[in-house]
Design a protein. Structure first.
Length: 367
């Protein structure tokens, strides 16, 4: 499914190409927690940016960008739950964005902005419905690798609320009489019915947490087992949101692996229909011709290049080179062309596309 990019990312993508365009990507890791430390780190990055600018651009342009960058840094409000910051500055544009994914420090000065980190961050939000089952307190969340959000629903919160049973408690789901077993069955069927409504509304897979006995019981009753992609037995009634996120993290990682397998199948199918461009040279050319439907690239693969003497072609960067023919990263350049042409992009782990030249493009149509 094509990821809907946020308006902020689209704004950066569509920003007017204007040299010098400065992209500053910085991690905000847990070790750098104090405001003073973060401010020092940002100052060092800004000083490095100023030096890089003065190396290749006139003083007037450097002074303008340095002033705009300093103004952005002074007004920053750093959210505690974000792992990265992306700062974009050019003579005609400025923007600050934050990422949920960890990023590597990066300073890029080019004609356009570096957007790979933003796009990668947007692509990592594998959302799921998390159902925490318990007779004491049943909860449902909408979650991904970064957040868990309680969902309003008609799922009965507790078996005690569902059937007032006076002093007789059945919430531990053990040693129950036949009458209590009927109560438990009805309680779980009600949960399953409401879970079905949420699955229909959100079209998302489900993760289950709960005691082994209740998970087994729910599995026998549920009509929606096909939507359940994983479960973890344990007592999670009083688990914090952070603890729940740690529990579901391996399941979310397996979703990424599954996605990579699905992408490889799609690439093989496209190759069979002669709609595949493999390797950076063919991918860049097809993207420049507006043929790109889906670009798939390994997370950290890049390729410095320059325009070839032959129109519509590129070649590996060699010294000396013409400043105006220089392409900082042909992969990012192709990525931008595909997105602007209405196509999409996906990222896979390093090495997954070794047989495809590390980057591959599904074209809208065969040659």
């Amino acid at each position: 499914m094509k990821t809907q990019l946020s308006p902020d990312i689209i704004e950066v993508l569509n920003a007017l190409h204007y040299r010098p365009a400065l992209s500053l990507i910085l991690p905000m890791d847990a070790q750098v927690s104090l405001k003073a430390e973060i401010a020092h780190k940002l100052k060092i990055a800004a000083d490095n940016a100023a030096r890089e600018l003065r190396r290749d651009y006139p003083e007037e342009q450097c002074a303008l960008l340095t002033k705009k960058l300093q103004s952005l840094l002074e007004g920053l409000i750093l959210p505690a739950d974000k792992k990265g910051i992306a700062i974009y500055v050019s003579p005609v544009f400025e923007k600050v964005l934050y990422t949920d994914c960890s990023v590597t420090e990066k300073l890029v000065i080019d004609e356009s902005f570096e957007i790979r980190d933003l796009l990668y961050d947007a692509k990592q939000h594998h959302k799921v419905l998390l159902l925490v089952l318990s007779g004491q307190e049943t909860k449902i969340f909408l979650g991904d690798r970064g957040t868990l959000q309680p969902l309003p629903s008609n799922i009965p919160r507790s078996i005690y609320d569902y059937v007032p049973d006076g002093p007789e408690r059945v919430g531990n789901f053990s040693d129950v009489s036949e009458h209590k077993q009927v109560v438990v069955d009805n309680f779980l069927r009600h949960i399953d019915e409401e879970l079905g409504n949420l699955i229909h509304e959100y079209s998302l897979p489900v993760l289950l947490l709960g005691a082994e006995r209740i998970l087994g019981h729910f599995g026998k009753i549920s009509k929606h087992t096909s939507a359940i992609i994983g479960q973890e037995a344990g007592n999670y009634e009083h688990a914090t949101l952070t603890e729940l996120q740690e529990v579901i993290a391996p399941c979310l990682a397996s979703l990424q692996k599954q996605r990579e397998c699905e992408l490889l199948v799609r690439l093989d199918e496209a190759a069979g229909r002669q709609r595949l461009a493999k390797g950076v040279y063919d991918v860049w050319r097809a993207a420049a011709e507006g043929k790109g439907q889906l670009l798939v690239v390994e997370r950290n693969y890049s390729f410095p290049a320059m325009h070839s003497a032959e129109p519509g072609m590129i070649e590996a960067l060699t010294e000396p080179y013409d400043h105006f023919s220089y392409i900082r990263d042909a992969v990012d350049d192709a990525l931008e062309k595909v997105l602007k042409g209405g196509g999409d992009a996906e990222f896979v782990a390093d090495g997954v596309l070794g047989d495809f030249g590390h980057v591959v493009l599904v074209k809208y149509y065969a040659p």
